[in-house]
Structure formats: C-alpha cells, structure tokens
Design a protein around this ligand. Structure first.
Ligand code: ZN
Ligand code: ZN
Length: 300
C-alpha cells in the first residue's frame, strides 16, 4: 500500500510563501494497492494534481473509487477540477456519509457544477458516476476491507479504517473529542451537555478501539490544546495533544498530524513537530509523529 498526500490543509486552501513546505491544498489522499487498484480519500483542492497523475499513469478506462469523509466544502471543492470526471469512459464510484432522499451525496458534490458557481455544467461530465451512501458499516474495495465510524463534527462525518493484507491505515478527521457532542440520530442537532460522562467516555473509547494497532492514523490536528480550550471548542476539530494521546492509547505505530489550520505557518508546524518529538522522547513513548505535508509518501 502506497499512500500519497496531495492535500493536507484544513478549511480553506492557502498557497503562498508561509505554507510552501507543508502545502496549501485541502484534503486529498491517494492510496495505491498496486498499479491498477487504487482509491482516493476526499476531493479537496489537492485532487486536481492527483487526477492529472491518474490520467498520465493509469490504465484507461479509469476505474476510480473516492471515499468522502463528509461534504464540507474543503473536502469536495476540487471536484470541478478533477480532470477524470470529463473523460467519457471513466467510472467513478463515490462513497460517503448518507444524506437525504431529496439531496443525496452525489447531488451535493455535483451541485458545484452549476453555471452560477462554475463555467462548466454537470451535463458536460463524461464519466459514469455512481454513489454508495454509508453509515457505520464494513465493505470491501478490491482486496481491502474498509470499516467506517461516525465522528464528532457539525455534519455527518465518517472515519475510515482500511485493512489490506496485514496493514492498517485509519483516518480520523474532521473530528472533535466527544466531550463536545454534536449529533443525535438526525445527525444535525447540537446537543452540547446532553450526554452523561460515561456516554462520552464510551464514545471516545470507541474511536480509540477503531484505531487499534494501526500503522498510520491520519488525524485531525487543527489546533493546539491552548487554542482549543481558549476559543475553538465546538468547531468540530481536534488538537495536537489529543491526536497524540489517541495514537498512544490505540497502540498505533505512527500518527500523521493532518488538516492543518489555514493560519498555521511552516515555521509554527516545524515548532509543533519539535515539541511533540521532545515530549515523546522525555516520556519514553514508542510512537512516531509525522506532520502531514503535501507530496509526502507513506509506504506500507
Ligand atoms: Zn475539513
Ligand atoms: Zn468539516
């Protein structure tokens, strides 16, 4: 399994001199099982370069599977610039959180291709696009076993656990510790303070169990703990210290700190990297921390 990070930024793309090292494109990840079996997680602005790579290297017609964590704009905004959707013989299967009958997952994603937003309309799409709407479930793509889990975010959001041969990759973003709980069964109402302490602990433990013994957990690290506690509670994102603790408690080999805040500079991310590595050394933990960076390849 070869994992390439094409976009690692949260919330909004921020190209420029202060984000040159870690990258400004929003979430998009390519997982290649072998030359012709691959899948994508999320379609942020990083998917533009990813699509060009597929077109120039993969066997035609393209057979593409995209797992969407959710439909917030930073995770779908690259679709109009994803060149394979204009290829007449491509097949694109979109997997993601179940939406409503009136507006399905595919409707939400493709609604970006309307003339009021974009010069190309949905009628000019050439690919054959299918959708698979998911709740918490298990399914297979190629020889990979994929499990989903509901995360804590202001819209229905899924984490993915991908098991291939004896390797495990998990994604946990966009996600906030369940101490601030967003969702009821309708997945939308804000229910702050309506869960008991033991219910909160159980939900947090379920996330730890989901990550158990992973080689890589790609995890939301938008804030520092200080920022989170001061002003970012309830935004639906985690902080570096929580992300590291989740990796340690789940006995994961590496945490890949991901979904960097758009205001976070390369200098600040380098500093966070040092602080975390010092903390791990001082406490004798075995876990590895990796700051997600555009273009980074993780081999499994
Ligand atoms: Zn996001
Ligand atoms: Zn989000």
């Amino acid at each position: 399994m070869k994992i390439t990070l094409y976009g690692v930024r949260g919330s909004f793309p921020v190209p420029g001199p202060f984000t040159f090292k870690y990258g400004g494109n929003t979430s998009s990840i390519l997982i290649e099982f072998n030359e012709d079996q691959y899948l994508i997680i999320d379609a942020g602005t990083g998917i533009r370069n990813l699509g060009n790579y597929l077109l120039s290297t993969k066997k035609k017609p393209l057979n593409i599977n995209i797992l969407f964590t959710h439909t917030h704009w930073d995770h779908i905004m690259g679709i109009p610039f994803f060149a394979p959707i204009y290829e007449g013989d491509s097949i694109i299967n979109m997997y993601g959180p179940e939406s409503s009958k009136e507006q399905t997952l595919k409707d939400i994603i493709l609604s970006q291709l309307e003339h009021k937003y974009f010069p190309v309309s949905v009628h000019e799409i050439g690919a054959n696009i299918n959708e698979v709407q998911l709740t918490e479930t298990t399914f297979n793509i190629f020889d990979a076993k994929i499990r989903t889990i509901r995360l804590n975010h202001p819209c229905f959001t899924l984490g993915y656990r991908i098991e291939y041969k004896d390797k495990v990759l998990v994604t946990i973003y966009d996600h906030e510790p369940f101490d601030n709980f967003f969702m009821d069964d309708n997945q939308a109402k804000i229910l702050h303070g309506k869960l008991s302490r033991s219910e909160i602990l159980n939900l947090n433990q379920k996330i730890i169990d989901f990550c158990e013994n992973a080689q890589y957990v790609i995890i939301d690290s938008q804030y520092t703990k200080k920022e989170y506690l001061t002003s970012k509670k309830g935004y639906g994102h985690s902080y570096f210290e929580y992300s590291l603790a989740l990796g340690i408690k789940s006995n994961s080999k590496s945490v890949v700190l991901f979904h960097h805040d758009p205001s976070r500079t390369d200098f600040q991310l380098d500093y966070m990297d040092k602080v975390l590595k010092n903390y791990i050394n001082e406490n004798g933990y075995k876990i590895e921390t990796i700051l997600a960076r555009e273009g980074l390849i993780l081999d499994l």
